[in-house]
Design a protein around this ligand. Structure first.
Ligand code: FES
Length: 143
């Protein structure tokens, strides 16, 4: 299990988390390369189906990163995303996947360091859990 490199999908709002990820890169901050970023106009665009689909496609963890609460450019997109993430945690439990594999974070575009910490935190969390039974199967099919 020590060579397990988790696949993490991050749904990031264009105005904050995506800009923060960009800033982390510009600041040359080191963070695990396990994350695939999907840029959204607002986290309000994510729905439960999209989040579950990421797991179905083999992600070991998913996070949604939106603007700070009260600062969403579409007023309450990030609050809607937060509710959807909570809902997906319950769905994951029903299909025997640990709910800690999904989380929601709020940050500003100036928080490049925080973005790097989030990726680090999610990577460590998932390394402890190991791959999901879906991503394990996907690895077997590949090899
Ligand atoms: Fe950033 Fe809505 S605009 S979360």
């Amino acid at each position: 299990m020590s060579d397990f490199e988790p696949k993490i999908v991050a749904f990031c709002c264009n105005f904050c988390a995506f800009a923060a990820a960009d800033l982390a890169g510009a600041m040359r901050l080191q963070y695990p390369p396990n994350v695939r970023i999907i840029r959204l106009p607002c986290t309000g665009k994510v729905d439960a189906l999209l989040l579950m689909k990421a797991f179905e496609e083999g992600a070991d963890a998913v996070f949604v990163a939106g603007c700070l609460e009260g600062q969403c450019h579409f007023i309450e997109g990030n609050l809607r995303a937060k509710k959807r993430v909570s809902y997906v945690k319950r769905l994951l439990e029903e299909v025997q996947i640990e709910p800690e594999r999904i989380d929601m974070f709020n940050l500003s575009s100036a928080m490049g360091g925080r973005f790097a910490e989030i990726v680090e935190e999610m990577t460590e969390r998932v390394k402890k859990l190991g791959p999901t039974y879906i991503s394990k199967k996907a690895e077997v099919v590949k090899s």
